[in-house]
Design a protein around this ligand. Structure first.
Ligand code: FES
Length: 149
């Protein structure tokens, strides 16, 4: 095989490989935050306890959770202290257009992108929130708040 012929054959193969890889990545659908096993956790939950991650409420980094209405975002989960003093958690990924813009506001989850609203059970309150929001159970033991898958 001559050099020119070799380069031509390698070039075609490389172009095919790049195209194939791109199509595979480009055609991959976005995960549905309501049906995917766990689209938000950076690490899989503990197989025994089901804990996705924990928050040490005594740490300065979690001081926002000391007051009712306060919240923080960790591992793509919004963790909040509701107005009753209970800890609640939901995905940061909005079901409307899958933007990571969920916050906690006025005792409900709210998307800052287009205004979707969700109650504490994840039920949509307005039209943009009609597809609901994934909610995570929480468990408190001492100062350690666990977010469960
Ligand atoms: S992406 Fe949340 S309201 Fe549109």
């Amino acid at each position: 095989m001559e050099r020119k012929e070799f380069l031509r054959s390698v070039g075609a193969g490389a172009a095919f490989a790049i195209t194939f890889a791109c199509l595979g990545g480009c055609l991959k659908e976005d995960p549905n935050p309501l049906t995917t096993e766990d689209p938000n956790a950076n690490t899989p939950p503990d197989p025994v306890t089901g804990v996705l991650f924990t928050v040490d409420l005594s740490a300065s980094t979690s001081s926002k959770l000391q007051n009712t209405g306060g919240y923080l975002t960790k591992n793509n989960v919004v963790v909040a202290k509701d107005l009753k003093g209970e800890y609640v958690a939901a995905t940061v990924v909005c079901s409307h257009e899958l933007r990571k813009d969920i916050i906690f506001n006025n005792d409900e989850f709210y998307c800052t992108a287009h205004g979707a609203r969700f109650d504490l059970t994840g039920k949509g309150i307005n039209n943009d929130g009609k597809r609901g929001l994934r909610i995570y159970a929480t468990s408190l033991e001492g100062n350690i708040l666990s977010i469960l898958a």
